[in-house]
Design a protein around this ligand. Structure first.
Ligand SMILES: [Zn+2]
Length: 68
């Protein structure tokens, strides 16, 4: 691989990382504005999603609730 190619590659990687950082920031902002945390899969029923509800994580399907 030529040096120029490698520099291009690194630049590309850095660009992608910046984009991911921006996306993460956007998600965090949206989550805090909407009052919900990042959704995670329910570990009890495996179908629902856990969303932040009054300081608890609550499953949208089975109603499972857990404190943080
Ligand atoms: Zn569930």
């Amino acid at each position: 691989m030529k040096t120029a190619d490698r520099a291009d590659l690194r630049e590309e990687v850095e660009r992608q990382e910046e984009r991911i950082d921006e996306l993460e920031e956007t998600i965090k902002q949206l989550a805090s504005e909407a009052g919900v945390g990042p959704m995670t899969q329910c570990f009890r029923c495996d179908h629902g999603r856990l969303v932040m509800q009054d300081g608890f994580l609550e499953c949208t399907k089975c109603g499972y609730r857990t404190g943080l």
